[in-house]
Write a protein that binds this ligand. Structure first.
Ligand SMILES: [Zn+2]
Ligand SMILES: [Zn+2]
Length: 419
């Protein structure tokens, strides 16, 4: 136990962390281009926030939260997703009185006590974007476009966009009655979860993955065919906006999303690569959420993208992420005087922004070179008294073995020139 991570968690080792850094860098770049600012909220919040903000009827709240009493007897929960904390912050800091829309993004760890399966972790990581205050479909288009840009900048191909509308409280009320009547005669043939949802949130039954339930819901009336005029206009605006900037999409009437607070636009990006497993990320509009968490009535929309899922997609598409962390130059040295000189040289290389290394273990030159090779150093030099006295050194390219004699003084400039 002592030397193992808890079930559902894992270390991100240096052999992987450079990939995370690469993706995070792209995320910051894309968000900057779109004018989204980073927000960092606490890892834990009051439990009530998630009960309200994620929804009492969801699996997350009912089964999957890490909830505990702190030493002051307060019920605390590790965040199971990112949106609720951001909504709390929007309300707490009165962001509704700032110029709207408020456009935020986050890159967080989140926690769910989930059944173990491939690619699922109890501590997982999520990139998410939230925009508050804009009612019309233009912001829906922008949010979707953020993801399109991110996928493109990462070289991810063959990702399809599916969109749907799940209506507003007005049209959903009428629809719930309709689908309730449709489902009632079939309930005994449906799974226990669907039976539970029947009274509380029948729309979610459309989302059930069980074959026997799917067989029944395939003929069920769809939400999209029953949305009100306002929701219909919004959905038409979304489609027109996507067409306008050339984003392709399919309409998928079966997307309902797992969380209670969505309204109108919902969307998913799915991998169309053979052998890949479906949804990469999803999001949607949540116009009632801020109000139901105790804030002013405020429209909102966002998405969450699982970093683990994104990495799986990158790997399955064979995309190579450059390891920019490898040492650019390793200075081997022979003897004490050269060792001291090497320390100064490495220091000055580093001051010039060059990743440089030297012996720290009193190794032989041969062992130093072997170590430099293992580090993946791009260049090496061997420094002895002669090299220092003659101001000449042989720069070796470790990839192709090429050697060039250069003056020691110009080493720094030479490395920069060769980038
Ligand atoms: Zn509606
Ligand atoms: Zn079911």
């Amino acid at each position: 136990m002592l030397t193992q991570t808890p079930k559902g968690t894992k270390d991100i080792l240096p052999s992987e962390s450079y990939k995370w850094q690469f993706i995070e860098k792209k995320i910051h770049q894309v968000c900057r281009i779109f004018g989204y600012k980073e927000i960092r909220t606490p890892v834990f919040e009051h439990t009530e926030l998630f009960q309200r903000g994620v929804g009492d009827t969801t699996d997350i709240v009912q089964k999957e939260m890490y909830t505990f009493l702190d030493k002051g007897d307060r019920s605390i929960t590790l965040r199971p997703e990112g949106t609720a904390g951001v909504v709390r912050s929007y309300i707490e800091h009165g962001m509704s009185s700032l110029p709207q829309p408020i456009k935020l993004y986050y890159n967080i760890s989140a926690y769910r006590y989930e059944k173990m399966q491939k690619g699922r972790y109890r501590e997982f990581h999520q990139f998410g974007v939230e925009a508050f205050g804009a009612k019309g479909p233009d912001i829906d288009v922008e949010i979707i476009s953020v993801l399109g840009f991110l996928f493109k900048s990462l070289g991810i191909k063959n990702v399809g966009l599916n969109i749907n509308s799940i209506g507003c409280p007005v049209c959903r009320k009428a629809y719930n009655e309709k689908i309730t009547e449709f489902l009632r005669p079939h309930l005994d043939k449906m799974c226990p979860t669907c039976n539970e949802r029947f009274g509380k949130n029948p729309l979610r039954i459309i989302d059930c993955k069980e074959e026997k339930c799917k067989k029944i819901t395939v003929d069920a009336p769809s939400m999209l065919d029953n949305i009100c005029e306002e929701c219909g206009t919004h959905f038409e605006g979304l489609k027109a906006g996507l067409d306008n900037i050339g984003i392709a999409y399919n309409i998928d009437k079966n997307i309902v999303r797992g969380l209670d607070y969505y309204s109108k636009t919902v969307f998913e990006f799915v991998s169309e690569n053979v052998g890949a497993q479906g949804t990469i990320c999803g999001g949607g509009r949540y116009d009632g959420l801020v109000e139901s968490c105790g804030g002013p009535s405020t429209p909102g929309i966002g998405f969450g993208l699982g970093m683990e899922r994104l990495l799986m997609e990158i790997e399955s598409q064979g995309i190579l992420i450059p390891d920019e962390d490898s040492v650019e130059i390793y200075i081997s040295s022979i003897g004490e005087a050269a060792g001291k000189y090497a320390s100064k040289l490495v220091n000055s290389l580093r001051e010039n922004g060059i990743s440089a290394g030297k012996d720290l273990m009193d190794r032989s030159v041969k062992a130093q070179m072997k170590y430099a090779d293992k580090l993946g150093a791009k260049y090496t030099v061997v420094l002895g008294d002669d090299e220092i006295n003659n101001n000449k050194v042989v720069l070796k390219n470790m990839k192709n073995g090429e050697k060039d004699e250069i003056s020691l003084d110009s080493l720094c400039q030479e490395i920069i020139n060769r980038r």
